[in-house]
Design a binder for this molecule. Structure first.
Ligand code: NAD
Length: 322
């Protein structure tokens, strides 16, 4: 059987490197990985550098792509799948500086789509990792039919703009795309988020106390990166008639409070210093302190997450280095 050619952007990130591990197995695919290590790490993918069915390019996708070696390679190999994962995943940093999401969340989408245009097949598939952040702070159960109009972060807005760009691109170029709106994703190779922030603060011996952002009552659903990858692969392999297919993926449980995460981390690291909470409901302006997801659409396709939000958090904390 001919190998599939698959392009993965953001391959050195938490989810990208997990995806690479799956795609590279059994030698059935040829994988082209792109990252510029803004947040991802070389150590996440280094073990695959010598494999013949993987080639890596260090490219900043927020600029026009002008890489001769990659262009030459794509002249010989048309793309079966494009997984576009490169983005600024650290929502807070994008609120402090809006250029971060404009460049790394939106322009990466714009430039990668323009670059691959001539290298598509009739049945190419584009898989895009969007986010629950496109919905904003809606204060009710989120399902795919709800309009994503109330984003309250630059990240959410730039993901939404990317979704729109992908929609017209799919229609104009006759390709199928999958827009997966991910919840909070955790896992061993975290690059951002509450566990990353708090565990780094705990490990920093110079800090006199542990500062928690917000009052600790923020409650969100979490999923483990390994299950997120399983779910995307499962859904993508089903028959889809539409050009653009939207899915909320993740758990539909009540989520986990930040307080519980603090408790588990304190136990893991045997942390004895003082813990300080803020008075405000959210960690920062633009954060969505509480949300819940309807996952009916993936469940109807037969996919169910086996790890609850709490299981995903516990698994991630157990994977952290002391
Ligand atoms: N982790 C989550 O909680 C979560 C939730 C919703 C959506 N997502 C989305 O899933 C995808 C993967 O997330 P992740 O958790 O693995 O994050 P991550 O930060 O670990 O991975 C993103 C990767 O993109 C790369 N990247 C960023 N800007 C780039 C640029 N200009 N050029 C080339 N590479 C660039 C980074 O270096 C990083 O390796 C992202 O699109 C993210 O927005 C993640």
């Amino acid at each position: 059987m001919k190998k599939k050619t698959i392009l993965v952007t953001g391959v050195a990130g938490m989810i990208g490197s997990e995806l690479l591990t799956r795609l590279i197995k059994n030698n059935k695919n040829f994988i082209i990985g792109i990252d510029n290590f803004t947040l991802g790490k070389k150590s996440n993918i280094k073990e695959y550098f010598k494999q013949k069915n993987f080639i890596f390019f260090n490219i900043d996708l927020s600029k026009k792509i002008q890489n001769k070696k990659l262009s030459k390679l794509l002249k010989k190999k048309k793309l079966d799948e494009i997984w576009h994962l490169a983005a600024n995943s650290d929502i807070k940093s994008g609120i402090l500086n809006s250029e971060i999401d404009y460049k790394n969340t939106f322009m990466t989408t714009y430039y990668i789509l323009n670059f691959i245009k001539k290298n598509l097949k009739y049945k190419s598939k584009i898989i895009f990792t969007s986010s629950s952040a496109v919905f904003g702070d809606v204060k009710k159960m989120i399902n795919e039919n709800m309009p994503a109009l109330y984003s309250c972060s630059n990240y959410g807005s730039m993901k939404l703009a990317s979704e729109a760009m992908l929609s017209s691109f799919s229609y104009l170029n006759n390709v199928k795309s999958f827009i997966f709106r991910l919840p909070n994703v955790v896992g061993e190779k975290l690059t951002h988020g509450v566990i990353f922030d708090l565990s780094n603060k705990i490990k920093n011996k110079k800090r006199k106390y542990l500062q928690v952002l917000g009052n600790g009552k923020q409650r969100k659903p979490y999923s483990h990166g390994s299950e997120i990858v399983d779910c995307m692969l499962y859904v993508k392999n089903h028959m889809h008639k539409s050009f653009v297919n939207y899915y909320n993926i993740g758990n539909n449980d009540k989520g986990v409070e930040v307080n519980k995460i603090v408790e588990l981390l304190v136990e893991k690291f045997n942390y004895k210093k003082k813990i300080k909470f803020e008075k405000k409901n959210s960690g920062w302006k633009g954060d969505v302190p509480k949300y819940s997801y309807s996952t009916k659409k993936i469940n109807q396709l037969g996919y169910k997450f086996s790890l609850s939000s709490l299981d995903a958090i516990k698994k991630t904390i157990s994977e952290l280095e002391k």
